[in-house]
Design a protein around this ligand. Structure first.
Ligand code: CA
Length: 480
């Protein structure tokens, strides 16, 4: 081939590449995270609930992969959400406590040098939206719109009441009477920083906005990343009459209201799935469903067969209902028994968007889709931590392959063969002291990466932290 022909062929090839990249349809998947707040491990049909019906969630779960060892990185709200967004443990950035209520003008928020996955995806060309609860900073620099979300509809605090016609009059009364510290749960919802006059039950409002967002993303011809963070079934327990009526067989009123709140989420998910199908997005959307922490005992939740609940380092605190659904890539009818953690979402989603996180080495998790599809343990020989400080003490647990170490309330360390003993009934520490010792040493090493808390959920907790000379990790990680 002579030089001229070669040159012509080469330039046509280059032109072809340029054209195909300009006109190629963006085939990267949509990513939809559906988060519930304080939903118990066994409060969904797909995890064995006998009384709460979740037909839409169950359909997705069964057509996807159910994670029977799905973990979050903290047993309560704010720090758990921090890990979803940053791919790191909240402790390494001083965010291990909830941001206190009414935190406007406090300057508190997840430190800005931790890039959120939303920002990563937005920069990679995704259309991004957050709906529902935020709880990651109420001041301007920490607002969802500043952290990579094109759209935000919801509330910035840690919880909210559900019926606008009930909370609005209370809010307006307090406002008229000059109350400068109106509780977060009563404040109007907002859309991109602007107050909105919501009229619907707020679970339904979040579903409505999520549907609109999907429709917009299709018009924009961009793949979307949606963070649909329902605050249900977090307290206050408030349900619609029509949903309450679905559960006549539940005699306990709290449980029945809670069930109805979960049912409202399930209705919402059903409507959203219909929209995804109508817009031809269903096949190529990865749906990840989970709860931000365990169910709150005494408030209608059920974490059976796990021990304890929200706030605990026992499995009930941070092992949560979770599934992945993606018809185009993930085979259905699977239960995945290896651990998958919310710290894995960041690298997993970044890989789907074909971006390399700029600070990959700082991330705590793993890309998990390939291991899930191949049935491999994504966390072979990894430690997965749970660490909760409270009232001058530290409760800590860690999972390593099939084992879990646990120390609560300064009681002696325990060791569980968690693979077969998910109810944490039999302490094996005296049988396997070497395993215990090596895991505790690893956990102690990790604790040295923790930073001093940047805020406390209450003044009392902060005082206690200082008075008790917390965190006193040398004491926590001593075995004797
Ligand atoms: Ca929560």
């Amino acid at each position: 081939m002579n030089y001229r022909i070669k040159k012509v062929l080469l330039s046509s090839f280059v032109l072809l590449m340029v054209f195909s990249s300009v006109f190629a349809k963006d085939k990267r998947p949509n990513i939809l995270v559906i988060l519930c707040d304080d939903l118990g491990y066994s409060d969904v049909g797909f995890n064995g609930s006998k009384d709460i019906k979740t037909p839409n969630l169950d359909k997705l779960a069964h057509a996807g992969v159910i994670m029977s060892s799905g973990y979050v990185a903290h047993p309560f709200c704010g720090p758990s959400r921090t890990s979803i967004m940053t791919g790191k443990y909240s402790h390494v950035m001083g965010a291990q406590f909830n941001i206190p209520s009414n935190s406007e003008h406090t300057g508190y928020g997840i430190p800005l040098d931790n890039k959120f996955i939303s920002k990563e995806l937005q920069e990679a060309g995704y259309y991004t939206g957050a709906f529902g609860k935020w709880h990651l900073g109420a001041d301007a620099p920490y607002h969802p719109n500043k952290r990579g979300f094109d759209e935000f509809f919801g509330f910035l605090g840690g919880g909210h009441r559900y019926f606008p016609d009930q909370y609005r009059p209370v809010y307006e009364f307090q406002k008229e009477n000059g109350n400068k510290n109106i509780h977060d749960y009563l404040k109007p919802l907002e859309h991109n920083g602007k107050e909105v006059k919501e009229t619907e039950y707020i679970t339904d409002a979040f579903t409505r906005e999520a549907i609109t967002f999907v429709e917009k993303s299709v018009k924009r011809e961009q793949p979307f990343f949606m963070y649909l963070a329902y605050n249900a079934p977090h307290v206050p327990l408030e349900a619609k009459k029509e949903d309450f009526k679905v559960f006549p067989e539940i005699k306990d009123d709290k449980r029945r209201t809670y069930a109805a709140m979960v049912y409202a989420v399930d209705r919402g998910v059903g409507a959203l799935v219909e929209t995804l199908k109508k817009e031809h997005q269903f096949e190529n959307t990865l749906i990840v469903f989970l709860s931000d922490n365990g169910g709150k005992l005494g408030q209608g939740a059920n974490n059976y067969p796990l021990k304890e609940g929200k706030g605990s380092a026992y499995e009930g605190g941070f092992r949560v209902p979770m599934f992945f659904h993606w018809p185009a890539k993930i085979k259905g009818n699977q239960v995945f028994e290896h651990p998958v953690s919310s710290i894995d979402f960041y690298p997993t989603f970044a890989a789907l968007a074909k971006v390399k996180p700029s600070k990959r080495r700082e991330l705590a998790g793993k890309e998990v889709l390939k291991p899930i599809m191949e049935g491999r343990n994504p966390h072979l020989n990894d430690m997965l931590y749970v660490l909760r400080h409270r009232t001058g003490l530290s409760d800590v647990g860690a999972r390593y392959n099939n084992w879990k170490i646990l120390r609560t309330s300064n009681n002696p360390w325990k060791l569980f063969y968690i693979k077969k003993d998910i109810s944490e009934t039999k302490d094996r520490s005296s049988e396997f002291p070497e395993i215990l010792k090596s895991m505790v040493e690893k956990a102690e090493k990790w604790s040295k990466t923790n930073e001093e808390p940047k805020w406390f959920h209450s003044k009392e907790e902060g005082q206690l932290w200082h008075n008790m000379n917390m965190p006193r990790f040398d004491e926590t990680f001593s075995i004797d």
